[in-house]
Design a protein around this ligand. Sequence first.
Ligand code: FES
Ligand code: FES
Length: 125
Amino acid sequence: MAYSEKVIDHYENPRNVGAMDKDAQEVGTGMVGAPACGDVMKLQIKVGADGIIEDAKFKTYGCGSAIASSSLLTEWVKGKSLDEVQAIKNTDIAEELELPPVKVHCSVLAEDAIKAAIADYQSKQ
Ligand code: FES
Ligand code: FES
């Protein structure tokens, strides 16, 4: 199976790899696993007082498509409101990265992780 150039770019130069303090009130953490393959993705957001996402970080233990999906998503969410981010679909990610059908679940992982991060953030407010 061939990876698209965009996947390879994010895989080789992942954006926003790292971690934030999960106990901080302004940080939301989402950690999800894919039952199909065992890959695990952690995505974190830091939300400003104005409700806009200031920063995002990820750590993904998984395939190239999962790493690329989370890397791309951390870029997309910065500067957006939580409502705007809720509207991002895994299909947007799959389309941008030109994921083949067998790799679409990797983008689902990213959507699930960001939704879990938002839910975690909201539960702390
Ligand atoms: Fe092997 Fe995802 S299936 S890393
Ligand atoms: Fe399972 Fe990519 S193969 S997340």
